[in-house]
Design a protein around this ligand. Sequence first.
Ligand SMILES: [Zn+2]
Length: 478
Amino acid sequence: MKKIDTLIVHADLFTMRGEGVGYVEDGCVAVDRGRIIEVGTTAELAGEYDPIELIHAENKMVLPGFIDAHIHTSMSMLRGVAQDTKDWMLKGVQPIRYYLKQDYCPEASYINVLEALASGTTTFGEYAPIDHLNLMEVFLDKLGVRSNLAAVVYGWNTLKKSYGVDELFELDDNYTRDVLRKNIDLFYKWKKPDSRTNVMLGVHAPDTVSKEMLLVCHEAAVKHDMRIHMHVAQGDRETVQMLKRYGKRSIPFLDEIGYLDSRLMAVHLTDATEEETRLVASRGASMVLCSGSIGICDGIMPPAAVFQDAGGKVALGSDQSAGNNCNQMINEMKLTAMYNKIKYGDPSVMPAWKTLRMATIEGAQAIGLDKSIGSIEKGKCADIIFIDLVTPTMMPVIKKPFRNHVPNLVYSARGSEICRVMVNGRTLYRDGVFTTVDYKYLLNEFKEKSEQFFEETPWDFDILKESTGWLMQQKEQL
Ligand SMILES: [Zn+2]
């Protein structure tokens, strides 16, 4: 018998191989040195291996870990401060973000990550200002998860307390150049075989970087063979900027300057027309869909179904807790399925299994890491999650003549059913306990620092009266 690190037996195994969910009844997974070395049934494989750790997975749904392709943890302190607000970014968040120093409370961001990990996220597409990213790369690495980092490479002046809705952003090319260099340095720092940390080039958006610097960034991406993580057509605010500055909408503009290709991962496409969406997909770019965030902040369901229909791959992202209010991929799957059904007035649109693929294998394809993650297959990294089926939200469990695991996971589960999360074969979370960080300490730091921040923040209601409908509404209700 071959000695290995871990053998998982008797699982309700959803490998996500092939075109569907790749179900294996009474499934077995052999893991050694962080990799999956064999997948099959327990009857086929159990006698072949002598594991150090034998995991009995009876009554457990076993899946590849979820991929959160787009998450900003830098505004974690602002969860719930600007909900139900029009012009969420410029008028809701910006006047308060103005007072938030990036390094004031890293614990707020760490807790966001732990919230996500405990609900099954194993890959984090962290997209942050470079100073914050430098904190997060260390934390994510220490925690033991997989990350797909990008620095926010932009030129717009975020130090201004508020912008008018149609006021052109001031763009600073020197700042853009400086962050671009740091993003490339970070790419080479982590570029090594079997690295858990991958780095993309985070060109922020077509309206927040000058045309000259957009071209410089693209040239750098080609030279260093980096993929581009970029907000594209992220709302009418961006379209206003683009029309005013260039007389063109974002996607025709990006097409003209050579951005639409397989190097591009386009986030949101909120304001893209159907024709523009098909153009981006047909050029081989991928898309990230943030249903919760765009639904709450803009009241819109982006055109992910059109993108997929045109042959494009779509990943899911939780965006940021200041907009979405949570970082939880089960929530994203559920909202993606539901919003599409409502948008098209058809309950057969966007079935649960399809959203599960977007959170796993299709997400891995969209972020360009499908050779190593996204499914439970021989040779891939052992990023594996376990879901307790003996819970009110997952029962009854039907295995024959059909299965109900996936609809129950997507529409009913809340995240607390996740009982074990493994990255590279190492268990990072089990039955409510994080194995690599001191959760209670971090939570307490977050509590104390957030109380201090909100006590010290000068709540200038004369400014907020114009800026944040929600806060004024609350004040008027006092
Ligand atoms: Zn974003």
